[in-house]
Design a binder for this molecule. Structure first.
Ligand code: HPA
Ligand code: ZN
Length: 337
């Protein structure tokens, strides 16, 4: 079976960040929104660095103005993910962009997204779950409003709560109230850390927010004791190597620590983050991991099992996804692991 056909699980995907540029341009035209500066001449997204990326991201997102726009976005994104061989996906969704974190409006956006996801599942078999995500540079008050939306709609589809945005703004502890609320509502927790911040940002995030997964977390490699702690505690990292290389966290693929983290016993998974922004796809990530680190089918299946174990879904969904992996001809049995 080729890498293209391997069943893939993706745990770290920003919904708006997965929007194809042509999709955003189409909506901008329909709604007469001026997106000057968002695109390069070749039609791809234009940004200089991470902080500029965040502002271009928000400008592009400004064309998404209704539940129906989000339904169309979910359809477009899942069509592409399914074509990449993704069978299970978790996406970050932000009430800030979906009705300004008003609970009533948020419910309408959510309903539309879920219906679109159900249609995609019926069409392509791909399963989607949502992680409500607050945005760090919007501050702790906005995060509280997002957490309230998350808590109100926690269930089979909204299964997690997280934080994205500018890691340089504020401290993890500023968002503890929101994470506590989400936890009490039964949501599973993840947070971006250790991408722009060093190992201490991962330590602070684990201590103050009590998350079970870390978005990126790759800079933990700079602190061997932390690497051991992550391995022992079974914290799963949502690693997005292509994103890290394009944004300059690492100068090239061969410098990326994903293989070293794995060798040290850390549970890693592979995702694309914001694929069109970073000129990547799940297949491209797999091809690079094969080319640069010599990963084989068994390595990719191990990554998929890590993702399955760490997925924020109920047991029944986990079993359905496991079935998609199980009959794989090259899967090692538990005896020879
Ligand atoms: N990182 C942090 N925040 C984000 C991202 C990202 O890749 N995409 C959208 N918000
Ligand atoms: Zn991210």
């Amino acid at each position: 079976m080729s890498l293209k056909d391997l069943p893939k699980l993706e745990l770290h995907l920003h919904l708006e960040g997965a929007a194809p540029p042509a999709f955003i341009r189409g909506l901008a035209k329909e709604k007469s929104v001026d997106l000057t500066g968002v695109f390069k001449e070749d039609g791809s997204y234009a940004y200089r660095d991470f902080v500029h990326f965040l502002s271009v991201y928000e400008a592009a997102t400004s064309v998404l103005k209704s539940p129906d726009d989000y339904a169309r976005l979910v359809s477009a994104v899942l069509e592409e993910s399914a074509a990449q061989g993704v069978v299970y996906c978790e996406t970050f969704v932000s009430p800030d962009f979906c009705g300004g974190s008003d609970v009533g409006a948020w419910r309408e956006y959510l309903h539309a997204m879920q219906e679109a996801a159900d249609r995609a599942e019926a069409r392509d078999g791909i399963i989607l779950r949502g992680i409500v995500t607050c945005i760090r540079h919007f501050g702790p008050d906005k995060a509280r409003a997002s957490a309230l939306c998350a808590a109100e709609t926690a269930g089979d589809w909204i299964t997690g709560f997280g934080i994205a945005g500018d890691e340089g703004k504020g401290k993890p502890g500023d968002f503890a109230w929101s994470f506590d609320l989400a936890r009490e509502a039964g949501l599973r927790l993840t947070a971006h850390a250790g991408e722009w911040g060093g190992p201490q940002s991962v330590r602070d995030t684990l201590r103050d927010l009590g998350v079970e997964r870390i978005g990126h977390g790759v800079r933990a490699i700079e602190d061997p004791a932390l690497v051991d702690e992550l391995a022992e505690a079974g914290v799963t990292l949502e690693v997005c190597p292509g994103s890290n290389v394009v944004l300059g966290v690492y100068p090239d693929w061969s410098s990326h620590p994903i293989q070293r983290l794995r060798e040290r016993g850390v549970k890693v998974t592979v995702s694309t983050d914001d694929p069109p922004f970073f000129h990547t796809t799940m297949r491209h990530e797999y091809e690079q991991l094969e080319r640069v680190f010599g990963w084989e089918t068994a390595d990719f299946l191990e990554i998929s099992r890590n993702a399955l174990d760490a997925a924020f879904c109920d047991g029944n969904t986990r079993e359905r996804v496991a079935d998609r992996l199980k009959d794989h001809p090259n899967e090692r049995t538990s005896d020879d692991r």
